[in-house]
Ligand binder design. Structure first.
Ligand code: SF4
Length: 743
């Protein structure tokens, strides 16, 4: 008989990284609760965390590889699956070259430590420039502006919410998300605390979201016009002598260029396009400038739009002008315990970030941070010629639902010579694969958040060992990736040997690097003292040479993986502290407030100012606490309740179109059309409709039985895959012109 145990685990589903308490009995998961003792999340949990139990037990979750034989995906052993991949991919690479093989990475690849550490190994082995990811359907604009301003794309200033007195949120709904590029569990509790101490929350959004309902002020803005409003706030600050960059003054390049850049964007000029009155904009600028602890934060609505990079940049510009950057209560730079680029290398300067190093073959779109825009993937498969994509690896991604014009992507995938997916589901994308290698349950591998401590509201370190071991013969995701790396590079080497080569290579490079905590130390001694294998061993190395690390004995009471394992509630390293100029990695050693690449995009903003305001509707997305993109709709706990995939429309618009609640509406965009259930609500601006993305689970060949009962519609079919935010390559998924009529 097995006995019940209580285990501790960081939730790997969203960016909030809540600490969970999980009861287990043998291989069975029992109750899941928030861990009150967790140093970071203090007991907070949302329904998705509770649903981890259903995710682990989901009968539709793949546990055995599938290989296509005579057109059917059938179960196969791991060795058969790897053999099939080797047999099929090797001649494609030999005949058509490495660029003929592409990779697409989905959002969950940022939430699993094994994927984060070993996808780069696979990509290096594949050596193809055809890399695509969900980043260009999401946050890439912010990463580009971060990179150009601060020298690294993950150097991201986050609101210091627990000490703020005025928080302005644009195009984000942290009541549902608990933050994005901002790790903030229990957002609601923190806002309530802010309001109790006299602080204010202002939300700027075309929809009165759950976050807007909590706000002291909601400003409805026309979708896609955030850059104008932010430019007008900056304009007001200059015009009314409110600019106070404080101690950052000597560390900034380009303040005068910014003043010139926003000179024309008076609140009066942008009032019509934003549909926000000049007085409202001016007052907001005055409030942000006058409040010592003010912070402006923009997210998905400011990123996935026509002016994503400009909006992301202007958000930081306003914070700098108000003196809020790098100040307690303003926006600050977290210090993560491991693998943060802005705490390695020379403090205060670096190589900076470059974009546009190569172009996509068909439309000539620029490279961004090593990848190409996701909207280019279909055309690169469809268009004949040298370097045409003929084979594809997808890893934890479902671009057919996540990217614009999924029908075209689906058709393109159907023409590939070969496709491999690593995924936990047979879904709308992986149904096209010739081989599917099952990912693990999140509870079957250890967990450490590499990325999200870099956006967290407090500095902390936490690690979760795997709750369950894998069945005999089943590889971890890191081993799967190493097997694939060996196949695509033509090496006959085991995953274990390859892993040892990798860690020894890292140790060697650290011992040869001046300034490293283990400079000139004995490599074998370092290797022998590491804990675990695979991702755990890599994390141990990274923690020990990181900012809180023990330096392999130089500071013996400090951080090691073993210490974290022995401290399941995590270690708190305190509130965020000022990090300027130490965190900068720009060549100048200064904050580049006016990067030339970004200024060169301003004429586009000018041109659109005089564009005729469309008489059709503008489509925006929305987020719900029980969903996370496309991949959690198969869990009964999250799928139940009121139907989420509705079209929200203002009652005045609905009356005009004769649409009652529950009636089917026909929505047409440039790339496609959907029929969707009407939900009348005064919470949305007239002229705007909202449909959440990630639905459309009615495609033949997928096996998501719960999700397919109420499939919803794929709103991204309405998005135009021919347009992007040019600097970031990001798709435009908000502010999409559509027509609406009764179906
Ligand atoms: S908020 Fe995110 S991290 Fe926290 S329990 Fe929910 S899904 Fe997990």
């Amino acid at each position: 008989m097995t006995k019940s145990e209580t285990k501790y685990r960081i939730c790997p589903i969203c960016e909030a990284t809540c600490g969970l308490t999980i009861e287990t009995n043998g291989r069975t998961v029992g109750d899941i609760r928030g861990n009150d003792e967790d140093v970071f999340s203090h007991g907070f949990i949302c329904p998705k965390g509770v649903a981890l139990r259903e995710l682990d037990a989901d009968p539709d979750r793949l546990r055995t590889p599938l290989v296509r034989r005579s057109g059917e995906l059938i179960e196969a052993s791991w060795e058969e699956a790897f053999a099939e991949i080797e047999k099929r991919i090797t001649p494609i690479i030999a005949k058509h070259g490495r660029e003929s093989v592409a990779t697409y990475l989905g959002n969950p690849s940022a939430h699993k430590v094994a994927l984060q550490l070993y996808i780069p190994v696979f990509l290096k082995a594949l050596a193809s420039k055809n890399l695509y990811s969900a980043s260009t359907l999401d946050q890439m604009p912010k990463q580009v502006s971060n990179g150009l301003m601060y020298g690294n794309f993950l150097t991201c200033a986050v609101p210091d919410i627990d000490r703020s007195d005025l928080l302005v949120i644009m195009g984000a709904n942290p009541m549902a998300s608990n933050g994005s590029l901002w790790t903030v569990p229990d957002f609601r509790g923190r806002i309530k605390a802010m309001q109790k101490r006299g602080g204010r929350l202002v939300v700027i959004d075309p929809r009165r979201s759950q976050t807007a309902k909590l706000a002291d002020q909601h400003i409805a803005i026309r979708p896609g016009t955030d850059a104008y409003l932010l430019a007008a706030m900056a304009n007001t600050m200059f015009a009314e002598n409110l600019v106070n960059v404080g101690e950052l003054g000597s560390r900034i390049n380009g303040l005068d260029d910014v003043e010139k850049a926003v000179e024309k964007y008076s609140p009066e000029l942008v009032a019509e396009i934003t549909q926000v009155s000049p007085e409202t904009i001016k007052q907001l600028a005055r409030d942000v400038a006058a409040t010592d602890a003010s912070a402006v934060y923009g997210r998905i609505g400011t990123c996935t739009q026509e002016f994503g990079t400009l909006s992301s940049w202007l958000t930081d510009v306003v914070n700098i002008l108000a003196g809020s950057l790098d100040r307690p209560g303003g926006v600050m730079f977290p210090k993560a315990p491991a693998l943060q680029a802005n705490s390695t290398g020379t403090p205060g300067s670096g190589r900076g970030t470059r974009i546009g190093r190569w172009q996509s073959r068909v439309r000539g779109a620029s490279e961004i941070l090593g990848e190409l825009p996701a909207v280019c993937l279909a055309e690169e498969i469809e268009t004949p010629g040298d370097q045409q994509i003929r084979a594809l690896f997808t890893i934890a991604g479902n671009p057919i639902l996540s990217a614009p014009n999924g029908e075209r992507i689906s058709r393109a995938f159907g023409t590939l010579d070969f496709m491999v997916s690593i995924d936990i589901y047979l879904n709308e994308t992986t149904r096209h694969a010739d081989v599917i290698l099952p990912g693990t349950s999140p509870l079957e591998e250890s967990h450490f958040d590499i990325g999200f401590h870099q956006f967290a509201i407090r500095n902390a370190a936490r690690f979760s060992p795997a709750l369950f071991s894998l069945d005999d013969g089943r590889p971890g995701e890191w081993e799967t990736l190493l097997r694939l790396a060996a196949i695509v590079s033509g090496q006959d080497v085991s995953a274990a040997d390859m892993d040892e080569q990798i860690i020894r290579g890292r140790i060697k490079s650290l011992t040869q690097k001046e300034g490293s905590p283990i400079f000139e130390r004995d490599e074998s001694e370092i290797f022998e003292s590491l804990t675990g294998t695979g991702p755990d061993r890599q994390i141990d190395l990274a923690l020990r040479v990181g900012p809180y690390g023990d330096g392999f004995g130089t500071d013996p009471d400090s951080l090691t993986l073993k210490k974290l394992i022995d401290t399941p509630n995590g270690i708190d390293y305190g509130p965020l502290e000022p990090r300027m100029p130490e965190a900068l990695r720009t060549p100048s050693g200064k904050i580049e407030m006016a990067p030339p690449e970004i200024l060169s995009d301003l004429p586009r903003l000018d041109d659109a100012l005089v564009r005729t305001v469309p008489t059709s509707f503008l489509l925006i997305g929305r987020r719900d606490v029980r969903t996370n993109n496309s991949w959690l709709h198969n869990l009964p706990l999250l799928a139940k309740g009121p139907f989420k995939c509705t079209m929200q429309i203002h009652p005045d618009d609905a009356d005009r179109l004769g649409l009652e609640d529950g009636a089917m509406a026909s929505v047409k965009g440039k790339s496609g059309a959907v029929e969707v259930v009407t939900e009348r609500t005064p919470d949305i601006m007239p002229g705007v409709i909202s449909i959440p993305h990630g639905f459309g689970h009615n495609q033949q060949g997928a096996n998501l039985r719960v999700a397919s009962e109420r499939p919803g519609v794929n709103s991204n079919l309405l998005a135009d895959d021919s347009v992007i935010d040019p600097l970031s390559g990001n798709a435009i998924l908000n502010g999409i012109p559509v027509s609406v009529s009764a179906a």
